[in-house]
Every structure is written in C-alpha cells, then in structure tokens.
Write a protein that binds this ligand. Structure first.
Ligand SMILES: Nc1nc2c(ncn2[C@@H]2O[C@H](COP(=O)(O)OP(=O)(O)O)[C@@H](O)[C@H]2O)c(=O)[nH]1
Ligand SMILES: [Mg+2]
Length: 467
C-alpha cells in the first residue's frame, strides 16, 4: 500500500457480521453531522459498504477530509473486504464482546493482524469493544490480555446502539493513522516537503479534534479515560493533542493510549526526574529529558528514537518514547516501559523457595544471561545488572530500564569489584540464607556440579560471603 495521503485519512471499520459496524458509523455520522451512504443493501445486510465522508470544517481555508468506510461482513464478499482493508490508514475493528461472538471476532482479528504488521509502519488497529451495554460482555481486563497476546492493539469500549464511546474510539483511530505520517519525522528521514505536509495535516486534525471535543456529548462523558484536565494526570491532555511525537510510531501510540487510561499522576524526584507507575507500567522522564522549547525536545526525540532503533534487540518491549508538554510550558520526553520480572526478582523468588539445586540453576542461568547481554552491549555503558535485566518470552535477556540519550560512564574512581557477578549475587545469597537455605549445599551445587564459568564464579562469591 502507498503511504497515507496527506489530504485524506481513511479509517476502515472491519469486523464480523452483526458486530455493530453499520450502527457505529450511523451513530458517528449523526454526531459529526455527516451522512452515511450505503451503496447497496439487501435485506438489511451491507452488500457493498457503509461510507461516511467527513469534512471536519475548514482550517485556514482548507477542508479536513476523513473517509470512514465499513466493510461488508459476509464471507462471500471476502475479496471486496480485503481490498477495502488494504486501503486503510487505520482500522477500527468492531467486535461483539459477548463470550461466543468474541471468539469468532478474535479469530478474524488474527487473520487481519499479519497484513497490518507487514506494513511499514504498521497499520494501527483499534479494537472497538462493542456491546458493552450487555451484562454478559467479557470483562475489559480479559479483553486487554487477549489482545496483548496477539499484537499491540488499541482498545476502546463502546455501545453502538446508544453511541456511547463511538466518537472517542474514532478519534483514537485517527491518532493511529497520523502516527504513520509522523514516523518519517521521528526517524529523521523525511524531506522538508513531506514533513511540512504532515505537519499541516496534523494541525488540521488537531483542530478537528478540538471541534469534536467542543461538540459536547453527554454520552461521551468519561470515555476518553484517565483523569480530566488540570488533575495533573500523565497524558490526560492527550485527547487535545493528537500529535505528541511517539516512538515507535504506531505501536507506541497504542501503548500511550493504554497508559493514558490509567490517569497516573507523576511525582517529581529531587534530581529533577519525574516518574509515574502502575503494576503494569513504569513511566519515567529523566532529569535531562526536559526541554524549554518544542524544537529542542523534537531533536532529542529524533536522536533517542534512532538510538532505540539501533539497540532494539537489547531492549525490553513494550516500550515507547513520548514527547509531551510538561510543567511550566516546557516539554518532556517520557519513557513508557511495561514491567517484566527482573533477574533479581526471579532470583529472590527462587531464594525464598529455599531449594539449593533450584537456586543454583537459576543463578547460573541469570549469570549467563547477564554475561551475554553485557557482551552484546559492550562499550555502550548500559546499566546492566540483575535489577535492570529480564528475560523475554523467547529467552533473550533485555534491558528493562529506560535507555537514556547518554549513559553515565563508569566512575574510574570506584575500585574495581573483585567480580561484578559475585557482587550481584550477594543479596540473593543472603536472602537464601535468611530463609533457611543451606548455603553449603548451594556452594556444592555451583562449584561441583556445574562446570561452567558462571558456576565457578558464583561459588567464589559464596566462599567470600562465607568468610
Ligand atoms: N445491545 C447492543 N446491540 C448492538 C450494539 N451494536 C449493534 N447492535 C445491534 O446488532 C445488530 C447488528 O448491528 P449492525 O450495525 O448492523 O452490524 P454490522 O453487521 O457489523 O454492520 C443490530 O440489530 C444492532 O442494533 C451494541 O453495542 N449493543
Ligand atoms: Mg453492516
């Protein structure tokens, strides 16, 4: 597919028959003051497609165009559906979220995802969780987990028959479409003309979003998630700014939406860093990630995005960078990181279980993981330790911490540790001893039964602690 046109954004509404596509588009058209045209309909089923042309007013004399296109759901029209899907700048996947239809929807979604992911940048999908008015609908947390297991997919709840949530879902989909345009800018590759066009379009759509927000709709109260303006919640003003710079372009915005819904309030730290976190996400803006002017922040974003792209294989995911307005009319870059268990967490759990052979195995594996990622990241000055490294689903060690613009060089005044790995192990072994573990047995396991270097080094560390 070609890059999204800078004149028109096409948002395609896909989903199984009876998911609520036509109802959603009708509700949306009414809210936007637009019309739905349905080229051909037989016995109430959509044969061709539902189409809403929305020209969202004028911006400096130029019309803002959005095409909202619903696909025909019947299997017999599969080829036609595919052609429409392939013209999308973003996809709203409408789903009946009651238990049985949900399974059918997810099966269909899994077929759609590979094509979307193959595009560069990926075509963003917003999962419009419909039928939320029905009590038997599957809980939202379950939906989130099911989706996360498929791909980065944004999630919004709706009840199309009342129109609740339909408009914010659409606005988010527009945001995903825009991210595809922003990509080139973040990667620093766009030529001036492309960038200007993208910027003009972003500005127009920002005004579109303001128009939408201004057209009060009581049914939308609270649907944008997160806390309201002025609450100090992180990214709560995101709805008013559809164009925060985000890396990676489309997936990053999906994660940003998820974090924005949490309404986290950031806390300042003495050094000037800011942080906000939930059980699932860590959001951190380092002290040096504050910029007085947008341009400075933008340049830093481009550089940081480049660095992240370069070291992608060392970094945990999901992870995103977001440049957003901050306190005192300044800007900040935020690192959004989904939490995963660190090696330290896994080891202290193993230590608490008190089994020497099991802990020995975990220690050796953790050492090997740390050694591997340190070798891979040699010279980059990354803060790699049991605390900051975790193992991903494929068994690859990855950095769980933010990757800064520049990492602090090691302080040459510090005496070199006898063995960096041994130092890492000390608190784990102490915890093992405290929970009644047999340190002698652990030593034996490591020193005798494991011939690897990591085993020997751990055994040495243990002997030191024993002394
Ligand atoms: N209860 C409830 N019914 C819905 C909802 N969305 C759609 N429907 C109903 O489901 C049926 C199919 O909807 P329609 O929009 O034609 O589905 P499409 O095939 O995806 O275009 C219609 O009778 C709608 O009134 C919803 O959120 N809640
Ligand atoms: Mg229909």
């Amino acid at each position: 597919m070609s890059a999204p046109s800078s004149a028109t954004l096409r948002i395609v509404y896909d989903g199984a028959p009876f998911a609520g596509k036509t109802t959603s588009l009708r509700a949306l058209a009414e809210m936007l003051g637009a019309e739905v045209t349905t080229p051909a309909e037989r016995e109430g089923r959509t044969l061709y497609f539902d189409w809403v042309d929305y020209t969202g007013g004028l911006f400096r004399g130029e019309p803002i165009h959005c095409e909202l296109v619903g696909v025909p759901g019947q299997d017999a029209l599969r080829a036609r559906r595919q052609a429409i899907v392939e013209s999308a700048d973003a996809i709203v996947f409408v789903a009946d979220t009651r238990p049985e239809p949900l399974e059918e929807a997810l099966a269909r979604l899994r077929e759609l995802v590979p094509w979307c992911r193959e595009q560069r940048p990926p075509v963003g999908i917003l999962f419009q969780a419909n039928y939320r008015d029905v009590p038997s609908a599957v809980p939202i947390d379950t939906l989130r987990e099911r989706l996360a297991a498929i791909a980065p997919i944004a999630l919004a709840e709706t009840s199309a028959t009342t129109g609740s949530g339909v408009r914010p879902a659409f606005v988010r989909a527009v945001g995903l479409a825009l991210s595809r345009l922003q990509d080139r800018e973040t990667e620093g590759e766009a030529n001036a003309a492309t960038r200007e066009k993208a910027q003009a379009l972003l500005a127009r759509l920002r005004s579109l979003e303001e128009t939408l927000d201004g057209e009060g709709g009581a049914s939308d109260a609270g649907d944008t998630g997160g806390a309201g303006e002025g609450s100090g919640a992180l990214f709560s003003s995101e709805r008013h700014d559809p164009s925060p710079l985000v890396w990676p372009p489309v997936d990053g915005r999906v994660w940003l939406y998820e974090v924005a819904e949490l309404g986290l309030v950031p806390k300042g730290e003495p050094g000037g860093a800011r942080e906000a976190s939930s059980a699932r996400w860590l959001c951190r803006s380092p002290a040096d990630a504050r910029y007085d002017a947008l341009e400075g922040g933008r340049r830093a974003m481009v550089e940081l995005a480049r660095r992240h792209g370069q070291h992608r294989e060392l970094l945990s995911t999901p992870r995103a960078l977001v440049l957003t307005p901050a306190e005192d009319a300044a800007y900040r870059i935020w690192h959004l990181l989904q939490r995963g268990p660190s090696l330290a967490t896994q080891l202290s759990q193993a230590a608490a279980r008190g089994s020497a052979p099991a802990l020995a195995r975990e220690l050796v594996a953790a050492f090997e993981a740390l050694r591997a990622i340190r070798a891979q990241a040699a010279g980059l000055g990354l803060p790699l330790s049991f605390e900051t490294v975790g193992i991903d689903a494929r068994g690859t060690p990855r950095l769980l911490a933010p990757l800064g613009a520049e990492m602090p060089a090691e302080n040459p005044a510090d005496p070199p540790p006898r063995s960096p790995l041994a130092d890492e192990a000390a608190p784990i072994i102490r915890a093992f001893a405290e929970s009644g573990g047999d340190v002698g047995a652990l030593l034996h396991e490591l020193g005798e039964s494991d011939p690897s270097e990591a085993g020997r080094e751990t055994a040495d560390a243990l002997r030191d602690l024993d002394d």
